[in-house]
Design a protein around this ligand. Structure first.
Ligand code: 13P
Ligand code: SF4
Length: 317
């Protein structure tokens, strides 16, 4: 529509004028995904933030993502259109709690999901995202004890795929993904018995999906546990007529745009992240017009956190 076109043209013009690159997470509203210079999962966006030549990064995502961009590019201005865009998962562990946990396990290697505050990253040895968590854990010598935080479902998944028994998992969760339950899976699989299944490892249903696979109730070749970026790749090439998608519903916009021959169906249609949706088209425009909303990380915290994020980025490069 003409209204979208004029908004999008103004966003691009202002971004050019400011020397800004606009990044959007896969859970952003459709208009913002479409207008961004780069749209992707958290690992992809942190790589772009680390490598960009742009003077300024406008982050359409949640606070920890903008903070991670600032940690990686401390000399750039990072703007977040709404600082209230938080994350229930990042809120499930504080730096103080992590320090206490470390004190109970001296010598353990700390692996933190990027969905954490800069202060938690500063207490971390290596970060991970949903697309590289297993590789990060495999990169740690087998005899080392590992503290994995904050997501219990991702942690359980990583333990399962790496076979490591000495991984201690923090009991945090994302309220959106935890809410995608085994009951949702049972109902949707019964309604769509031939569908392919894509599950984000933060989901409360991940273990039960894999149990169904191991009991032969779901075919392994049609069931995948993937990051949002992995889902986008899979959607582009799948020939399945129906795909059940267990993650935040914002991703459906991209999946549907990539492949009109497949019906992408949410495993739970109420799985929307209110924090991601706080970044609206109007707020993005306001940010580009005013330059308001800079995210700052105290330099000492940033230096310590950078080591953990860079250690992650180096794995798999
Ligand atoms: P990914 O984009 O890394 O899959 O992360 C999902 C998420 O919940 C981010 O908020
Ligand atoms: Fe955080 Fe969950 Fe929202 Fe992702 S979907 S930003 S993990 S609350």
């Amino acid at each position: 529509p003409a209204e979208y076109e004029s908004w999008a043209a103004e966003v691009r013009r202002l971004a050019d004028e400011r020397g800004a690159v606009v990044l959007a997470h896969n859970y952003q509203v459709p208009e913002i995904q479409d207008v961004a210079h780069f749209t992707g999962d958290s690992l992809h966006l942190s790589r772009v933030a680390a490598q960009t030549d742009a003077r300024e990064i406008v982050f359409c995502g949640v606070h920890f993502m903008a903070e991670t961009a600032k940690i990686l590019s401390p000399d750039k201005t990072v703007l977040l259109p709404d600082h209230d865009a938080g994350c229930s998962l990042a809120d499930s562990i504080t730096a103080e709690q992590l320090r206490e946990w470390k004190a109970e396990h001296p010598g353990a290697v700390v692996v933190s999901y990027v969905n954490t505050t800069a202060a938690v990253k500063a207490e971390t040895d290596v970060c991970c995202t949903s697309s590289n968590a297993a590789d990060v854990v495999r990169s740690i010598p087998e005899d080392r004890e590992i503290l994995f935080c904050p997501d219990q479902f991702l942690g359980a998944h990583v333990k399962r795929v790496t076979g490591r028994s000495n991984v201690h998992v923090w009991a945090g969760e994302c309220h959106v993904h935890a809410g995608i339950s085994p009951a949702d899976v049972r109902a949707q699989v019964a309604a769509h018995p031939d569908a392919e299944i894509l599950v984000h490892p933060e989901c409360g249903c991940t273990t039960s999906v894999l149990d169904l696979v191991s009991h032969g109730d779901l075919p392994a070749e049609r069931t995948r546990v993937l990051s949002t970026g992995g889902m986008v790749e899979q959607a582009a090439t799948t020939t399945a007529p129906q795909v059940l998608v267990a993650t935040e519903v914002g991703i459906l916009h991209q999946l549907r745009a990539l492949n009109s021959g497949t019906a992408f169906i949410p495993m739970n249609s109420r799985a929307a992240c209110r924090y991601m949706k706080m970044i609206t088209p109007a707020k993005l425009l306001h940010t580009l017009r005013t330059g308001e909303g800079a995210v700052d990380v105290d330099p000492e915290t940033a230096t310590r956190a950078r080591r953990a994020v860079e250690a992650m980025i180096a794995i798999g490069e």
